[in-house]
Ligand binder design. Structure first.
Ligand code: ZN
Length: 302
């Protein structure tokens, strides 16, 4: 096994100097006597307030992160969002809010399974089209776009930073469809560069693919087939309602005189009958896909 600590979670993360000064032999004894109680180096450490705070990298001091790494934590999620128009009824931070919330849920689930996982800050700037002339989502106000090569370098820089301090499993989750190819490429390039080291970038395509795949199929079985489209339609809006309804203009959407179309930034489908209950199923599928993939990767890692 590349790293064995995650399989034997210690009883408590005791961040005191005495423990840190123990010899490796004594640490081994401690690990053997402490029964696995599904707590990891992140258990019972201070964190800031708000959802996901327990797993947020930003909520910890460098010394807390360093100590957790020394205790065997080695997994971090790098969520990638995007700031883009999503029609007249959803705020432009859609991907960022969902990426953060889902990464938190995934990390918390992994942590409960004995895989201590932190969540790095969401990457909110991604390629979204040209600025001159304005193309794709850049044709609408509120969208922020960066050149594709800048995006790849940004992801690489963040991943290199995490590797340098001791993380060995760097998970890439992309919430926006348009970044999937670049994330796969960045992972490939980094893994080539890191060959011979213990570090690996693990890009999880299923996190996104389940939305136009199994989730869309499920919505069709619920009788919503014609309302599922490509962007800002029923599935997208339902996911947002389940994740954070404050980003959806529900009253205006319900009162929409007609199906919003391409000119308004809604591509295919119809968002008017989206509900949080429908979206909940999709979020669960995304979390399930990612947790399963990351757990299998951790278990198979040489
Ligand atoms: Zn998108």
């Amino acid at each position: 096994m590349r790293v064995s600590n995650w399989k034997k979670p210690r009883n408590r993360y005791a961040a005191n100097a005495t423990l840190l000064l123990l010899t490796s032999g004594m640490l081994l004894t401690g690990a053997l006597t402490a029964q696995a109680q599904s707590s990891t180096p992140l258990a019972d450490t201070p964190a800031c307030s708000g959802p996901g705070a327990k797993v947020a990298l930003e909520c910890r001091t460098w010394t807390e992160i360093d100590a957790a790494l020394k205790q065997g934590m080695h997994t971090v999620i790098l969520p990638v969002g995007g700031t883009e128009q999503s029609g007249p009824y959803m705020a432009v931070g859609k991907h960022n809010r969902r990426a953060e919330l889902l990464a938190d849920r995934i990390a918390e689930t992994l942590d409960r399974q004995g895989i201590a996982t932190l969540v790095a800050p969401v990457i909110r700037y991604v390629p979204e089209g040209g600025t001159s002339p304005r193309t794709s989502h850049m044709r609408f106000a509120g969208t922020l776009s960066i050149p594709p090569e800048v995006f790849v370098r940004l992801v690489e820089g963040a991943a290199e930073s995490l590797k340098a301090q001791g993380f060995t499993t760097i998970v890439l989750l992309g919430d926006h469809g348009g970044t999937q190819g670049a994330l796969a490429q960045a992972a490939q390039a980094l893994n080539r560069r890191w060959r011979g080291t213990r570090a690996h970038v693990f890009y999880v395509p299923g996190y996104y693919r389940v939305i136009p795949g199994a989730y869309a199929d499920w919505l069709k079985r619920q009788g919503h087939g014609a309302e599922v489209g490509l962007h800002a339609e029923l599935s997208d809006t339902a996911l947002m309602l389940a994740a954070d309804p404050s980003l959806v203009r529900q009253q205006a959407l319900a009162a929409a005189p007609q199906k919003p179309g391409t000119a308004q930034g809604v591509y295919g489908g119809d968002p008017r009958h989206a509900t949080a209950a429908l979206g909940q199923r999709g979020l669960e599928m995304q979390v399930g896909e990612a947790v399963q993939a990351i757990t299998a990767f951790e278990r198979a890692a040489p």
